[in-house]
Design a protein around this ligand. Structure first.
Ligand code: NAD
Ligand code: UDP
Length: 341
């Protein structure tokens, strides 16, 4: 089966590509590299032993999408292309609605034009907003509190309308919790541009000496140690979840599931685990809460287990070990002079 992976050069997409290729699928990466590096594609090829096909394109280019789907006879799309910074979505919402919502509209039109019926979409736990109860089940009320989250919810709703109107469509919506870690080879991983927004890449950059300390946002939350609690999930487990979703679409037309571990980890727990993994002290500085953050968020994983037969198997120690392997072998990420050697 040939699968188009939009956003396949990005952090999660590169891991998804590796797992798809390992499972024997052919892939076509469709990416405009607005937040990724071409070197990631080379590394995917090194891990998989075969170079993936890459189309340098924007998902808002419906014609190019359609011709790519047709030329490579793709039978499914895994759609990860999108912008993901909450802060940027607040300052520049048009860019987010254009890229994420309009981009997905173009994709589903191209799929319709070329008779491709299977879609796996990257959604986010952000669609739930502030938890009314924990763990978050898929039927929890949806109330995203920023433009990024609203683009994800709008896309979910659009896909729901499409599925209701066309019985031949098979759509899986995956709500990711907090992806973390890297491929165990250390060849691919998360390489954010500028200052990382997320805690794990920030920690890794402190450990390698690129930043002096981690700023912890809030120490007065109603959590065991006062710092924010999240459901961190190994990016390889997450990638495998996409394969299980593709399989499950053979049995079921509509899927909407959380991908998480069901375990909550505080920022201080994470700092301790990362420090053990890298063998270094990680300096931290406490600061006020970050606007829009919730105290705790973690997934109910029952539905993923039931529908996909999937559950996360890698623990926090593995996430920190692999994130550190990636960061320590690529101190400057893919831009490291050693990257292309
Ligand atoms: P990423 O930025 O590393 O990867 C996204 C990829 O999409 C990049 O390679 C980028 O160049 C590409 N892209 C963006 N806009 C495009 C466009 N218009 N046309 C073609 N390519 C485009 O991000 P990621 O962390 O790998 O996230 C992948 C998906 O998962 C995103 O949709 C994101 O919203 C979603 N998600 C991520 C997280 C997370 O914490 N990383 C959590 C929940 C959901
Ligand atoms: N966090 C932090 N310092 C940082 C980045 C994040 O203390 O530099 C905290 C944040 O307040 C939250 C947790 O780490 O409690 C996870 O944040 P992240 O941005 O990684 O994920 P999200 O908030 O999107 O779940």
């Amino acid at each position: 089966m040939t699968i188009m992976v939009t956003g396949g050069a990005g952090y999660i997409g590169s891991h998804v590509c590796v797992e798809l290729m390992r499972a024997g699928h052919s892939i076509v990466i469709f990416d405009n590299f607005c937040n990724s590096h071409r070197e990631a594609v080379n590394r995917i090829g090194v891990i998989a032993g075969v170079s993936p096909t890459v189309i340098d394109g924007d998902v808002r280019d419906r014609g190019l999408l359609a011709s790519t789907l047709a030329n490579y006879r793709c039978s499914a799309v895994i759609h990860l292309a999108g912008l993901k910074s909450i802060a940027e979505s607040v300052s520049d919402p048009i860019r987010y609605y254009d890229n994420n919502v309009y981009g997905t509209l173009g994709l589903v039109q191209a799929m319709r034009d070329t008779g491709v019926h299977k879609l796996v979409f990257s959604s986010s736990a952000t669609v739930y907003g502030a938890p009314v109860y924990l763990p978050l089940r898929e039927d929890h009320p949806l109330a995203p509190c920023n433009p990024y989250g609203r683009t994800k919810l709008m896309i979910e709703q659009m896909l729901g309308d499409l599925a209701a109107s066309d019985g031949s469509l098979k759509i899986a919506i995956l709500r990711y919790f907090n992806p973390a870690g890297a491929h165990e080879s250390g060849l691919i991983g998360e390489d954010p541009r500028g200052t990382p927004n997320n805690v794990m890449p920030f920690l890794a950059q402190v450990a390698i000496g690129r930043r002096p300390h981690l700023t912890i946002f809030g120490k007065d939350y109603d959590t065991p140690d006062g710092t924010g609690v999240r459901d961190y999930l190994h990016v390889t487990d997450l990638a495998v979840g996409h394969l299980r979703a593709l399989d499950a679409l053979e049995r079921q037309d509509r899927i909407k599931v959380n991908l998480g571990t069901g375990r909550g980890t505080s920022v201080l727990d994470l700092v301790e685990a990362f420090s053990a993994a890298c063998g270094k002290h990680i300096p931290v500085v406490f600061a006020p809460r970050r606007e829009g953050d919730v105290a705790s968020s973690y997934a109910s994983c029952d539905l993923a287990q039931q529908i996909l037969g999937w559950r996360a198997t890698r623990d926090l120690k593995a996430m920190c070990r692999d994130a550190w392997k990636w960061q320590s072998s690529n101190p400057q990420g893919y831009g490291d002079p050693r990257s292309s050697s």
